[in-house]
Ligand binder design. Structure first.
Ligand code: 5GP
Length: 177
């Protein structure tokens, strides 16, 4: 498939402002307790780097990473997930926020949520930079959403196409040409 970078969908300035708001919201929601961020690699790493620094220093923050790949078609919830990189810490009894780049079908998130829930997280919330309209497989509310976007394939700010474009400072649509 031949692709071309399309227009800027969300500017770096808008992303910066929205992430600061999310950081303030998390700081207020977790005031007086600790929070464990579980970031889903690779796409979430830029969002994570900004959001973690937007959380108040008063809130003790713990961080770990998971990498997963989903198999199975996106129209059923029966797909399985393969853990490519697992957590190095226990989340038993902890207040956890899953940090995602984008929720599309919600299948990846559903699997990760179920895994972390089975491991005894005390509370589980979700922060995602982007949300597409699909989301049919994950039926809980998304707690912290940067932007709702139309059903287009986007790149930049950590999101890739064939491992490219993660370095773009804004979010752009990738067009087929
Ligand atoms: P889901 O399991 O929600 O369908 O898909 C989640 C994953 O699919 C994301 O973490 C991301 O890696 C990938 N993905 C879904 N939509 C897009 C998109 O528009 N752009 C890019 N770069 N990745 C996407």
């Amino acid at each position: 498939m031949k692709t071309a970078l399309g227009t800027v969908l969300i500017s770096q300035e808008d992303i910066r402002h929205r992430i600061l708001e999310i950081g303030r919201q998390i700081s207020s929601d977790y005031a007086g307790r600790a929070v464990t961020l579980v970031a889903i690699l690779k796409g979430s790493f830029v969002f994570l780097a900004d959001v973690i620094r937007a959380i108040s220093p008063e809130v003790p923050v713990e961080l770990d990473f998971m990498a997963v790949s989903s198999y199975g078609d996106a129209t059923t919830t029966s797909g399985t997930v393969h853990i490519e990189k697992d957590l190095g810490i226990s989340i038993d009894g902890k207040d956890v926020i899953i940090v995602e780049d984008i929720v599309d079908t919600g299948l990846t998130l559903l699997h990760v949520y179920n895994i972390l829930s089975a491991r005894g997280a005390r509370t589980l919330r979700v922060a995602t930079l982007l949300e597409k309209p699909g989301k049919s497989k994950y039926d809980r509310p998304l707690d912290y959403v940067g932007f709702k976007i139309p059903n287009k394939f986007v790149v930049g700010f950590g999101l890739d196409y064939a491992q490219r474009f993660r370095n773009l400072p804004d979010i752009r649509v990738l067009d087929e040409v």
